[in-house]
Design a protein around this ligand. Structure first.
Ligand code: ATP
Ligand code: MG
Ligand code: MG
Length: 406
């Protein structure tokens, strides 16, 4: 029996135009690196259009995006021009022109997460002030403006003392460890001097580093991914183990701290919360990223909803997906540039080919045009029945790679 559509189809009764598919909102991403690339991959399944703004002609996201606007995400006119073409603006890097984001927001442009969040996060000192005001546990920290000030902080916090630049930090570029008072001035010089904006952090004697990806929907619903362990080498994320092999109570505490940290920020999207676990079982916050994160790459293969899909769902206002793991365990191994140029490409190629023979392994290559030492060029995720199992598979993979990597 025929029924009238107008009576039964709610979507045709309200004033919203009909949606043909999941979302017709064009998502604009500031930055077109590997995170933007993997966002585009998730978007393609849902037929969500993702545009990227990145200065590099052949950036990793370029070939997979709906449109790549070549230009700097730190340049006002470019960001404004870009914003005109998008329904919602988001980021895959926090070092963007936040003054312009704030101005655009006032004009009605939809930024997710909010510009205020990006502003807090892009200045690591401001970030620490914000989280300490919200009762989040973190290592003691203090601004340093001159050598005398730095020496005072050194006396207060002791050595080693972590000196960090407030802005534009990534992969540890922006951190310097002073082992004694004598090393303070070279630490400051190495970071570009006090004019760059520096602060000091008390050394966190961690036994493990943990991370939690937290998603927040437009309706403010919050959903946390399983706690992972991150292993850094030379300050760069090297290996991620999911789930973290820590006590149940530690996982609960880490999730709670991450949840509260994200609750204190505004806007939708996924956030990554980097944490320290001390020998006494204390959890301290290291930093938060307002975007998908290296510690969540494994979710592509190991979770019901990947962090990239989750981020898109969040910013366009779709229901959040299930963040739980669909495999018992996963390990992510970053493919970092080992040598400059052609030799570096060859070594990475050999590693990836060997990975293809490992059960449960998936290979991701970001297609960066230039190979540089320590640069994130791709990653390998191995899923399996237990962390032990996967660890032995990873060891087999790395065996052909030279002793320093074992
Ligand atoms: P990312 O690439 O994660 O953005 P980043 O350049 O912002 O890195 P941080 O996360 O501040 O740098 O620090 C990098 C690493 O340095 C941490 O993961 C940790 O291993 C170490 N680290 C940072 N702060 C401290 C601290 N206060 N005490 C001890 N180690 C620390
Ligand atoms: Mg950082
Ligand atoms: Mg970090």
């Amino acid at each position: 029996q025929a029924t009238s559509l107008d009576d039964n189809d709610a979507s045709l009764r309200n004033d919203e135009p009909p949606v043909h598919g999941l979302s017709e909102v064009v998502v604009g991403v500031l930055g077109g690196g590997q995170l933007g690339r993997m966002m585009c991959q998730a978007a393609s399944q849902m037929a969500i259009k993702v545009m990227v703004l990145d200065p590099q002609e052949n950036c990793p996201a370029s070939s997979l995006s709906y449109h790549h606007m070549v230009g700097s995400f730190d340049e006002s006119t470019k960001v404004e021009e870009f914003a005109k073409r998008c329904g919602v603006l988001t980021v895959e890097i926090e070092h963007v022109d936040v003054d312009t984001l704030e101005k655009l927001e006032k004009q009605g442009v939809d930024c997710q997460p909010k510009a205020s969040t990006v502003r807090i996060i892009q200045d690591k000192y401001q970030q620490k002030v914000h989280f300490s005001q919200h009762g989040i546990p973190l290592p003691e920290f203090m601004k340093i403006d001159d050598l005398e000030g730095a020496k005072k902080v050194g006396k207060l916090f002791g050595y080693p003392l972590m000196i960090k630049s407030r802005r534009l930090a990534y992969d540890g570029r922006g951190n310097f460890v002073a082992k004694s008072e004598e090393e303070l001035s070279s630490a400051v010089d190495a970071l570009g001097g006090f004019d760059r904006g520096l602060y000091a952090e008390k050394w966190a004697p961690f036994v493990k580093e943990l991370a939690v990806i937290v998603a927040r929907g437009r309706d403010n619903s919050i959903s946390c991914y399983p706690v992972v362990e991150t292993i850094h080498r030379d300050n760069i994320c090297h290996i991620v183990k999911a789930p973290a092999n820590v006590k149940w109570k530690t996982r609960e505490l880490a999730t709670e701290v991450a949840f509260n940290a994200v609750k204190s920020l505004e806007g939708a999207g996924v956030f990554a919360v980097e944490l320290f676990l001390t020998k006494d079982g204390e959890i301290l916050l290291n930093e938060v990223a307002p975007r998908p994160h290296n510690s969540g790459h494994h979710t592509i293969e190991s979770c019901h909803t990947s962090q990239y899909e989750q981020h898109l769902r969040a910013v366009v206002g779709l229901p959040l997906g299930d963040p739980s793991m669909k495999t018992p365990a996963a390990i992510m191994y970053n493919i970092l540039g080992e040598e400059e140029g052609e030799l570096g490409f060859q070594l990475a190629h050999q590693l990836m080919k060997r990975a293809m023979a490992i059960p449960g392994a998936s290979v991701h290559w970001y297609d960066k045009p230039e190979m540089r030492k320590q640069r994130k060029m791709g990653h390998i995720t191995i899923v399996g029945s237990s962390l032990n199992n996967i660890e032995s598979n990873l060891a087999i993979l790395l065996e052909g790679k030279g002793l320093h990597d074992k």
